[in-house]
Design a protein around this ligand. Structure first.
Ligand code: ATP
Length: 422
């Protein structure tokens, strides 16, 4: 007799019993038991394999993640190890394609150019990054007008109008002629056949309204007002000042109509001595030369105008004052009594003054006082009223303010009013 367990469960290992074998029912039961146990074990092993496969996949993905992180950290480490690139300014392009670069630390290099740099970007005057060892140009930096971050003030059509300027009628007429007319009616000059003045120089003591009037012209002509202080153009590194001047003019051309206002021009435009220059003098000189060359290449009928201001016209280089450069000089003296009265009336326009206040007598009492001090007197008088819990300003508030501003002028620091201690 032959017996097979095949028809009961095809997955179970079959066992053929020879015909001659005699299997008792107990043995058969035992075999079946063993079979079931083996089946259970088989299932367990398959489950273990499945679990191990899952674990292996998780470990593999973790390993991949660690690999990526290691690569990133290695990259970062590499970056820390790489020395920084040197910044330079492109001076000229040689005929063989190499470039003459001046590094910001001083020396000039004849550098090769990396293949990744577009030849069209290699423009004299632009900034580039040099490899620290080979000095190969690896990048040309975008022209970001970094003058913007070095103290340049850009104002689109400033708020100040001619009505905010007092006692400067003559100066206003001259500035209108030199700046406003060429901007608003350039054809007028063409018809008459003359060139408008190139640059206008405002000179006079501090606080006499030079910046104020220049801003008012920008307002009236709807021009962008770009103000830079001369000392900001004096830079520590070679060629930087000249680059800032270049960028100042290209920014003005971009924002045209624009008025460039260089305050304290004496910082770069003072007379060059004939003695041997120091390195600093050379740098200031280079900046001035750049300013002169920008002025020379300037179209007087264009829509960019340049105004400069100084308190020290006596020390200015003659080259700046030559015809074709700052050839229109407008003086800003301290205001006379009438001028002071007008300035006071401008600054008290919004103040609530008592009947007793006479601007004439305040103007009479304040000889040798400039516009900004007159403004300070008005503010101080208003503060006196506030300190005394009043909203209207009395004559005595002005008297105290005049004394305080005069004292402050001598001491350089405004003294604290007595009321503040009581
Ligand atoms: P600095 O030479 O120091 O640059 P500045 O001549 O350019 O001085 P401003 O900056 O124009 O002087 O004036 C300072 C402030 O004084 C002005 O904002 C304005 O409030 C006041 N001021 C000066 N002059 C006048 C004026 N003529 N009319 C009205 N306000 C004036």
């Amino acid at each position: 007799m032959a017996e097979s367990g095949q028809d009961e469960n095809p997955d179970v290992v079959t066992q053929t019993i020879s015909v001659d074998s005699v299997i008792s029912s107990e043995e058969l039961a035992q075999l079946r038991k063993t079979n079931i146990a083996l089946e259970g074990r088989n299932y367990e092993l398959r489950e273990t394999i499945r679990q191990l496969r899952l674990q292996s996949a998780a470990i593999e993905s973790e390993r991949d993640q660690y690999k990526r992180e290691t690569k990133k950290i290695k990259g970062e480490l590499e970056q820390y190890r790489t020395p920084p690139l040197v910044i330079g300014t492109i001076e000229a392009i040689a005929s063989d394609g190499r470039v003459i670069v001046r590094s910001t630390t001083g020396p000039q290099f004849l550098s090769k150019v990396s293949e990744n740099v577009l030849k069209t970007d290699l423009v004299p005057g632009s900034q580039c990054a040099l490899h620290p060892q080979s000095f190969v140009i690896v990048e040309v930096l975008p022209n970001k007008y970094d003058a913007l971050v070095t103290g340049m003030e850009v104002e689109t059509a400033p708020e100040v109008s001619y009505a905010d300027v007092g006692g400067l009628d003559k100066q206003m007429t001259l500035l209108k002629e030199a700046v406003e007319l060429p901007l608003l009616q350039p054809d007028l000059f063409e018809k008459v056949g003359i060139e408008p003045p190139k640059g206008v120089l405002l000179c006079g003591p501090p606080g006499t309204g030079k910046t104020l009037l220049a801003k008012a012209v920008a307002h009236e002509t709807n021009a962008t007002f770009i103000r830079v202080v001369g000392s900001e153009l004096v830079q520590k590194y070679i060629g930087e000042g000249a680059r800032l001047v270049r960028e100042l003019f290209s920014l003005a051309r971009e924002k045209a109509p624009a008025i460039i206002f260089i305050d304290e021009i004496d910082a770069i435009g003072s007379s060059r001595s004939t003695d041997a220059y120091s390195a600093g003098d050379h740098e200031v000189n280079r900046t001035l030369m750049q300013l002169l060359s920008e002025l020379d290449g300037f179209n007087t009928r264009g829509n960019v105008k340049i105004i400069a201001a100084t308190n020290r016209i006596d020390i200015l280089d003659r080259a700046l004052l030559r015809p074709g450069r700052f050839d229109r000089i407008i003086e800003f003296p301290l205001p006379d009594e009438e001028g002071r009265k007008t300035i006071l009336s401008i600054h008290t326009r919004k103040m609530h003054l008592e009947e007793s206040v006479s601007l004439e007598s305040i103007a009479r009492e304040t000889p040798d006082t400039n516009g900004s001090e007159l403004m300070a007197i008005c503010v101080e008088a208003g503060m006196n009223a506030i300190r005394n819990n009043r909203t209207s300003v009395l004559d005595e508030d002005f008297s105290k303010a005049i004394a305080s501003v005069k004292e402050g002028r001598n001491q350089k620091i405004r003294p604290l009013p007595d009321e503040m201690y009581s």
